[in-house]
Design a protein around this ligand. Sequence first.
Ligand SMILES: [Zn+2]
Length: 186
Amino acid sequence: MKRFYPDFNAIDAFTLSLDYHQNELECAHCSKHDQFVSHGIIYKQRSSSFAEKVGKRIFCSNRYGRTGCGRTFQLYTANEIPSFRYGAAHLFIFITALIANQTISEAYIKATGQTEFRNAWRWLSRMMLKLSQYRSFLKVRSDDSFDLPHSTPNSLKHCLPTLNRLFTSNINGCFNFQITQQQAFF
Ligand SMILES: [Zn+2]
């Protein structure tokens, strides 16, 4: 089942015609494809006054005569990284700042406006765990040579060549990775 879509309208159109799209659906739990119903919008709070529509839920329904298993699935726009407080746009700023040789703390502050930057290391380690998937998406086997200051932390040295390819050969590596691979960026 497709998990990432180009934009909210694409998700909306899809979920409003689930019966028509039966052959693209299969419940990961009960394998049925014809019991799904649309089950509400997923919002993300961007500020105190603005919540953005970032996805929709569909429900393998076991109600009103339907014989599904009752599990819910989330469909997201490809600019939305599930279980990540920020979006692809923030990550894009973070990574392009790192590529431009800014320090991890500088890049994080630039991306989020937060002065506490301990989370930046968490972002980096989440990307480290996905490195082989990024490389197979890019169809590269090993690192390019990449000029980095001597003081660059090893973890960053290790993943920056790949991130560089991901975010300079593609306009938005995060979006492209999620829409093509149909898996979360991290
Ligand atoms: Zn099911």
